[in-house]
Design a protein around this ligand. Structure first.
Ligand SMILES: NC(=O)c1ccc[n+]([C@@H]2O[C@H](COP(=O)([O-])OP(=O)(O)OC[C@H]3O[C@@H](n4cnc5c(N)ncnc54)[C@H](O)[C@@H]3O)[C@@H](O)[C@H]2O)c1
Length: 244
């Protein structure tokens, strides 16, 4: 088991990639604090797991909520080894019609949320002194520009944040990487109109959506000792849609 005795914190874990990552982490022996803004959906999603998973409500865009969730993790497990900043939201705004509230909401969850969890999580890792691994979810949209303006900007911001903090946290033995999925079969994609989906798939050489477990297996790799000399990198899982 690659994550035996490790403690992980996963955001947006109620469904989609987050839930798949929790499932893989548990299978690899980790104890997991699974968090989501929607506690009811989170509890339903986690019904298959036993005591190895603690469900905690956490709105990543709210600094007090992040601090409270990290405090619950510390009280229960006393340490943090792996943080996955998976929570994210999209939108369908065209640029010229984007209200500033939409911009702030998407940036607030995808970029500020990643900053808040990474900062508080890294503080716990530094306090524990054992190092750790932080995995930030970006998107192929940040590379290709195929996606709404705020989403592309937030996900490009995640890549820059990763690189900056990877350098700063390396001295503490903390690795920070960006996992960059292409179009993946999750509830987030259910809202995409059929024509847009068909156009999207034309751009994927492997010709299909990614499955959530294909993301989760790469998350296990980045979290584990197998990735012990990898930090600050973009790791793409996109069926050949874009090259990093
Ligand atoms: N699905 C794709 O095709 C795709 C492609 C590239 C990148 N991504 C990124 O991967 C990540 C996971 O995507 P997904 O498709 O599994 O998403 P999803 O919409 O299926 O699930 C996201 C989860 O995040 C939670 N969430 C939303 N706002 C939150 C907040 N403020 N605080 C905490 N939790 C919150 C939701 O309740 C939900 O459970 C996201 O960051 C997304 O942008 C997705």
């Amino acid at each position: 088991m690659k994550l035996h005795n490790k403690v992980a914190f996963v955001t947006g874990a109620g469904q989609g990639m987050g839930l798949a990552i929790v499932r893989r982490f548990v299978a690899e022996g980790a104890s997991v604090v699974a968090t989501d803004i929607n506690l009811q959906a989170l509890r339903e999603g986690l019904a298959e797991f036993g005591d190895q998973v603690l469900a905690v409500a956490c709105n990543v865009a709210d600094s007090a909520s992040v601090a409270d969730a990290m405090a619950q993790l510390e009280a229960r497990f006393g340490r943090l080894d792996i943080l996955v900043n998976n929570a994210g939201i999209g939108g369908l705004d065209s640029f010229l019609d984007t209200p500033v509230e939409s911009w702030q909401r998407v940036i607030g969850v995808n970029l500020t949320g990643t900053f808040l969890c990474a900062r508080d999580g890294a503080r716990l890792m530094v306090k524990g002194g054992q190092g750790g691994s932080i995995i930030n979810l970006s998107s192929t949209s940040a590379l290709t520009g195929e996606g709404p303006n705020h989403y592309c900007a937030s996900k490009a911001g995640v890549m820059g944040l990763t690189r900056g903090i990877a350098r700063e946290l390396a001295a503490s033995g903390i690795r920070v990487n960006t996992l960059v999925p292409g179009p993946t079969n999750t509830p987030m994609m259910a809202g995409i109109p059929d024509q847009m989906m068909a156009d999207l798939l034309k751009g994927v050489p492997l010709g299909r959506l990614c499955e959530t477990d294909e993301i989760a297996r790469v998350a296990v790799f980045l979290a584990s000792e197998d990735a012990s000399f990898i930090t600050g990198q973009n790791i793409a899982v996109n069926g050949g849609m874009a090259f990093i």
